[in-house]
Ligand binder design. Structure first.
Ligand code: COA
Length: 150
């Protein structure tokens, strides 16, 4: 268990470190999405979380789907979870679980009844990811879609 780790909402000045984490964890797409994310967090600031330790951002989790108007999935009671990532050197210490639980709690408190996320079978550690979501966090998987009742 990692001590001294704080889960807090994203601030625009975190962006450089956040992008670094997405690169380190292969979640980065080589397009500049800064404008998109900054716009989206204006609408849903409580759904973009980071994990921080000693002033350094070490993990991220987002509770909306960046490529659709956030209202679309949220209106139908589904919260989308994406960009769950923890710096490789501190993986396996419970930080990803804390981020995931906090995003689920926030979606639930917004009245969402379902969390949805996608896992690609060609991810490098697909079996570990599958175990993480299914066994540790109670998601069910339907192919690449993972869902959980909140
Ligand atoms: C998946 C991830 C967010 C989990 O965060 P974490 O802090 O390492 O997870 P926790 O410590 O809470 O839980 C540990 C479990 O996560 C899984 N896990 C750990 N590192 C992992 C990795 N690099 N890839 C996939 N799963 C991993 C394992 O199942 C582990 O359980 P085990 O100890 O029984 O093997 C993190 O490992 C990560 O950033 N992976 C790379 C990016 C990614 O694949 N994100 C998810 C996209 S759907």
């Amino acid at each position: 268990m990692a001590s001294g780790v704080k889960i807090r909402e994203f601030r625009p000045e975190d962006y450089r470190e956040v992008e670094e984490i997405w690169k380190e964890t292969e979640l980065y797409l080589p397009i500049d999405r800064r404008g998109l994310y900054l716009k989206l967090i204006q609408r849903s600031p409580h759904l973009f979380l980071v994990a921080e330790r000693e002033g350094r951002v070490i993990g991220t989790a987002i509770g909306f789907f960046p490529y659709l108007p956030p209202s679309l999935l949220l209106e139908v009671g589904i919260g989308y979870i994406g960009h769950l990532a923890v710096r490789p050197e501190v993986q396996g210490r419970g930080i990803g679980s804390r981020l995931l639980k906090e995003i689920c709690a926030r979606l639930r408190s917004q009245g969402k009844s379902m969390a949805l996320l996608g896992v690609k079978p060609w991810e490098r550690r697909y079996k570990d990811l599958k175990r993480f979501y299914r066994e540790r966090h109670g998601f069910k998987n339907l192919g690449m879609i993972y869902i959980k009742k909140l």
